[in-house]
Design a protein around this ligand. Structure first.
Ligand code: GLA
Length: 783
């Protein structure tokens, strides 16, 4: 046999070897051509499925990728979650479920291209938008800005990402066709220098030959748009596609068009209704784009799960996300098909040459009979060592990322009357105990700040048990410290009517981190009539003859976290809408399994069953979600509007300047009717302008009143007016007569010069308000 080598002259061999990694057969090209993307020089429409590797157990990656492929998708779009890879400063992990290289290679093996979105910030309803909590140990850090420490850490991280993936870009023979720079920066700020610096860092980490892009909304992308990057738009099901690309087409008539996040559904928050979006609207939106040759990424095609403490929280305000990231996506949380899946597949088949690949098999589902817990480790017997401190400290100051802290102090003197204990601020869910007796809760979601204490004696023990929920992942409040962020005060009135406020000092702080080993090592005792229902950890073992996916029903439990066989399965909370936690079969064992439930409230029954179907749409609220008390009606008689007029019909922002400035804390928007005489009216977003015509911060805003809110067909509460999400909106109910009114409490008096308003994103801005009046007052309006 003749060796090939012998037939090649030495010099040619050297050339061949040095070119080996870039051989023609492997290297491809992907670029933004004239009005379209070009793959190896030929027109290519990106049909991307957004899926997130840390939200899917690694043994299921392949099945999920094939599910996407069977939808006719040709690309996977993935974020990289910095805080999952660098949980401790300087300690990087790209193994197991964090093995992005393996994920990207698997995608390639399955014939899929990859769009990489390495942040550093990703939003994604993920703890702190993907930023590591330990950045907040530097208290004065500026996140997503050119803060030297932030930039230094992000450069180090992106270099690690580069080590993992930069040789897998398309021109080097890999599947990565595009890489994103930052994420929707327009909804955070205006800082081209920062975005340019991130771009340079990403290029510098090895992504220098691949197409870079930035994604934003049509209403704000020009704020940070860099000349040398491709611009893509994000918008959701129902949006008016032409309108979304209008501005981009004006500025760059030759740019290929891409919706880099087409929202298939939406995320759920604790205490809100389960979000859904219609299959028909989703499918027709994608059809609309395909008909015009517009590329898209369907966010999410499969949402997956926010395991453990990874769920984030939305803002303005504080709206923590649930554990399930089902997202009402075509592939549900457990990797199963849905009606939406089949409808989408049918439509996508029309836009695919040849046949779609077969739909892969789903994983088996099992039920697990009731597991009765027989061991408990009560909170009060497991506090461990406290840390002495004059002042309260945050989680970050104590070097703790997640879990709970219990703050203890003694009352310095007798307080013979009732007093008010004010915590500034409790992040996120605090419970106050006096001599270990529960007094009340302070829930950040409801803007609660205080509880009333009974008479106190010197030496009484005061405990504040604070549970951290996800760190805010959206908007300007992402610098979200946990625990007690400032101080605790006790206020009471003396018989002389003088008010006394004491700043409480001298604390013992007990760390209760979210750490499986610690949960396991607690002192468990038998569960008895005496200790049943206490706050603390509950443990049980259960035996399985066969494994499979299941949904653990936590309906009888209070609030906390679940661990099975050492896997942090996620948070639960009786308020819902999520009542079951998705338990993948790949983390269960044939034979004995262990389950630990940490319950910060205590269960009514310490038992868990494995169901074959999830319950993610069941609210158990003690108070309604709406902003109008029983029998309450706003009375505007005697009030003079600061402005009245008519809004225009159609999509997009409108601005109105008041004839003269007005000052007040309460702002009422009254809708007198709607365009086209609709039976209900909606507003997507509202800003108020200060004396200089600048947008006021909406952080402190609260809805003081809303005459009507549609909470049956979705979460269309009045706070959607200032949730910074252009695709969600406040809506009244069909058939409830005009006028409609919302009163916003700005927190303090402000001088106002006008407002900006955005109707719904859907074609023609349906249900938009026509005639309106605005009232401003320093005092609450009469009810
Ligand atoms: C934006 C963000 C995503 C995600 C969606 C909402 O588009 O870029 O990360 O937060 O909103 O699900």
């Amino acid at each position: 046999m003749k060796f090939v080598r012998q037939s090649i002259p030495f010099l040619s061999l050297l050339v061949a070897l040095s070119l080996a990694p870039f051989r023609k057969a492997e290297a491809h090209s992907f670029e933004a051509g004239d009005g379209m993307f070009l793959l190896d020089g030929k027109p290519f429409v990106v049909k991307a499925a957004e899926v997130h590797y840390p939200r899917i157990p690694r043994p299921y990656w392949e099945q999920r990728i094939r599910m996407c492929k069977a939808l006719g998708m040709n690309t996977l779009c993935i974020y990289i979650f910095w805080n999952a890879h660098e949980q401790e400063e300087g300690v990087f992990d790209f193994t197991g479920n964090n093995d992005i290289r393996a994920f990207v290679k698997l995608a390639q093996k399955e014939g899929m291209y990859v769009i990489l979105r390495p942040g550093p910030y990703v939003c994604a309803e993920w703890e702190m938008g993907g930023l590591p909590w330990w950045l907040l140990k530097k208290k004065d850090i500026s996140l997503r800005e050119q803060d030297p420490y932030f930039m230094e850490r992000l450069e180090l991280f992106e270099a690690k990402v580069g080590e993992q993936l930069s040789d897998l870009t398309i021109e080097k023979g890999g599947p990565i066709i595009m890489v994103q720079v930052e994420n929707e920066y327009g909804s955070y700020g205006e800082d081209k220098e920062y975005v340019s610096a991130v771009r340079d860092i990403i290029r510098g980490s090895g992504f220098d030959g691949v197409q870079l892009f930035q994604c934003d909304w049509s209403s704000n992308f020009t704020k940070n748009a860099l000349d040398d990057l491709l611009w893509t738009m994000n918008f959701g099901t129902g949006a008016n596609v032409d309108n979304e690309f209008k501005r981009l087409k004006e500025l760059r008539p030759d740019s290929p068009l891409m919706c880099s996040e087409f929202w298939s559904g939406w995320f759920d928050k604790w205490g809100g209704r389960h979000e859904t979006r219609g299959a028909e609207e989703m499918v027709s939106g994608i059809r609309d784009m395909l008909d015009r040759g517009i590329s898209f990424s369907l966010y999410m095609t499969h949402g997956g799960t926010n395991w453990g403490h990874w769920a984030g929280a939305n803002s303005p305000g504080f709206a923590p996300d649930v554990t399930s990231y089902d997202y009402d996506a075509p592939i549900n949380e457990a990797g199963q098909t849905t009606d939406k899946y089949w409808e989408l597949r049918r439509m996508m088949a029309e836009y695919t040459d040849g046949k779609l690949p077969p739909v892969p098999k789903e994983f088996p589902v099992i039920s697990i009979p009731k597991i009765e817990f027989n061991e408990v480790a009560p909170l009060y017997d497991n506090l461990g060592e406290g840390i002495e401190s004059v002042d309260t400290k945050t989680f970050e100051e104590l070097g703790q990322g997640w879990g709970c802290l219990l703050y203890r102090t003694t009352v310095p003197q007798d307080v013979p009357s009732e007093s008010v204990l004010t915590v500034t601020e409790a992040h996120d869910y605090a419970q106050v105990f006096l001599n270990q007796r529960f007094i009340g809760k302070i829930d950040r979601i409801n803007h609660e700040t205080s509880v009333v204490l009974p008479q106190l004696k010197e030496g009484d023990v005061l405990d504040i048990y604070v549970e951290a929920l996800g760190r805010i992942n959206f908007g300007s409040a992402i610098k979200d410290f946990k625990g007690i962020t400032e101080k605790v005060e006790l206020t009471y009135t003396l018989p002389s009517q003088t008010t006394v406020t004491m700043n409480l000092k001298g604390w013992a702080i007990f760390p209760l981190p979210d750490d499986y080993q610690r949960q396991r090592d607690m002192a468990y005792v038998p569960l008895t009539e005496e200790n049943k229902g206490v706050r603390g950890n509950y443990r049980a073992t259960f035996t399985l003859g066969k494994v499979g996916d299941t949904f653990l029903n936590l309906e009888t439990w209070g609030k906390g976290q679940v661990y099975v066989n050492g896997h942090a399965i996620g948070r639960f909370w009786q308020v819902g809408p999520q009542q079951t936690l998705y338990m993948p079969g790949c983390w269960l064992r044939k034979g004995e399994n262990e389950i630990i439930v940490t319950d910060v409230l205590g269960p009514t029954e310490a038992a868990v069953e494995g169901l074959t179907k999830p319950i993610i749409d069941k609210l158990q609220l003690s108070a309604p979600q709406t902003h109008r008390l029983e029998g309450q009606t706003l009375d505007l008689s005697g009030e003079t509007p600061v402005q009245e007029g008519s809004l225009e019909a159609g999509n997009g922002w409108q601005e109105v300047r008041f004839a003269s400035n007005a000052t007040g804390r309460y702002v009422c928007i009254e809708a007198l009717n709607s365009h086209w005489d609709r039976e209900y009216c909606c507003i997507a977003e509202l800003y108020l302008l200060d004396a200089d015509g600048q947008r006021l911060s909406r952080e402190p805003w609260q809805v003081a009143y809303a005459d009507d809110e549609d909470v049956t067909s979705g979460n269309k509460n009045a706070d959607k007016l200032f949730d910074l999400q252009e695709s969600t909106y406040w809506s009244t109910n069909k058939g409830v007569p005009y006028p409609h009114a919302v009163v916003i409490d700005l927190g303090q008096d402000k001088t106002l010069s006008g407002f900006q308003i955005l109707p719904r994103m859907e074609q023609g801005a349906p249900e938009s308000i026509k005639d309106y009046r605005i009232y401003v007052s320093s005092e609450p309006f009469k009810m």
